[in-house]
Ligand binder design. Structure first.
Ligand code: HMG
Ligand code: MG
Length: 303
């Protein structure tokens, strides 16, 4: 058996945030329940952001106070992070009993402005306040750095900018930094180069995660390359759902089904039941009325 990997399932948040038609809250909570039943133990359940910025997730209150979340929060070794941009988000998430939040920054200016309406420096200062408040409230904090390879407005991102933001997130107390290829433009070559740069410059690999969107069909290869480089935590989304309203043209995250299939073949433990996960992906795709982007799901379902 190879070393175990941890999957952070971001389907209920990243996966749904860019869907135009309002998805009923009960579908969202049932999705979370089914993901849990498939063996996933870290599920980013929603975001508490401006409802004007992301109308799809404006029912975060109902999701966070749902019976499903209350029950799962009691289960052994389950983590249900909530994405938040500011102290208001932390307080709301904490009020519903959340014990983990995720803060997000961009390595580049254009996306920072579009996504959180501030410069990278202002974003860092805000994330520092958010992290400090969350820790005071007894919560743990995960960090994201977006646009690790390119920005939709500014073009290619210098590695030094990613290094800077990753170090800031760790120094403010994030236990992990997820490297976001928001546009899904990077290839395994880029992944190795960036991880080597981060590693050489004092960012511990054990505190990094990979978050790869699949716009150019590179996401699964990127996961494997990052795994080969020593990364052991990966974000993915059931049925390959996902995308950001502020990253035009970008498609979904790597499909969790494809990631689990790949690691199963390599005898790397994920603790996920692939059959149940495929059924969950088919179920949510039918609820949303869109085809699943998972190739493994299509192959397994065709048998
Ligand atoms: P702003 O307009 O500068 O801030 O937005 P504001 O403080 O003036 O607030 C504007 C309005 O939002 C106000 O309401 C606030 O009350 C409300 P109004 O007075 O107009 O009625 N508001 C909130 N409501 C609920 N919860 C909150 C909250 N905060 C303010 N927490 C702000 C700045 C950051 C708030 C806004 O730009 C925002 O919410 N941005 C979030 C955008 C977002 O969610 N993007 C997608 C997630 S990031 C992503 O997908 C990338 C990732 O997957 C990694 C990768 O792929 O790279 C993580
Ligand atoms: Mg994303």
């Amino acid at each position: 058996m190879g070393p175990k990997v941890t999957i952070v399932e971001v389907g209920p948040r990243d996966g749904l945030q860019n869907i135009k038609n309002q998805v009923p809250t009960e579908v969202k909570t049932e999705l979370i329940r089914r993901l849990y039943d498939s063996g996933l133990r870290t599920i980013e359940v929603t975001s508490v952001v401006s409802p004007k910025a992301v109308p799809q997730l404006r029912d975060c209150h109902e999701v966070l106070r749902s019976k499903t979340i209350k029950q799962l929060a009691q289960a052994h070794s389950v983590r249900l992070p909530v994405l938040v941009p500011n102290i208001k988000g932390v307080k709301i998430a904490h009020g519903y009993g959340a014990s983990e939040v995720a803060v997000f920054l961009s390595a580049s200016e254009g996306f920072s402005r579009a996504n959180i309406n501030c410069t990278v420096d202002q974003g860092i200062a805000r994330a520092r306040e958010v992290t400090s408040e969350a820790k005071k409230l007894g919560m743990i904090v995960r960090g994201y750095v977006s646009c690790i390879f390119a920005d939709p407005f500014d073009g290619p991102t210098p590695e030094s900018a990613v290094l800077r933001v990753a170090k800031e997130l760790l120094s403010m107390g994030c236990y992990q930094v997820s490297l976001g290829d928001t546009l899904g433009v990077g290839s395994p070559f880029d992944v190795r180069k960036l991880i080597q740069t981060l590693d050489k410059n004092g960012v511990p690999l054990r505190q990094l995660a990979g978050h790869f969107h699949d716009t150019y069909g590179q996401a699964l290869a990127n996961v494997w390359e990052a795994y080969q480089c020593g990364i052991r935590v990966f974000d993915s989304s059931v049925a390959g759902l996902g995308g950001c309203p502020f990253a035009p043209g970008a498609t979904g995250n790597v499909a969790t089904e494809d990631l689990v299939y790949m690691f199963n073949r390599a005898h790397v433990v994920t603790d996920v039941d692939l059959q149940k996960l495929v059924a969950t992906g088919r179920w949510i795709s039918s609820k949303l009325g869109i085809p699943s982007a998972s190739r493994a799901s299509a192959a397994i379902s065709a048998k």
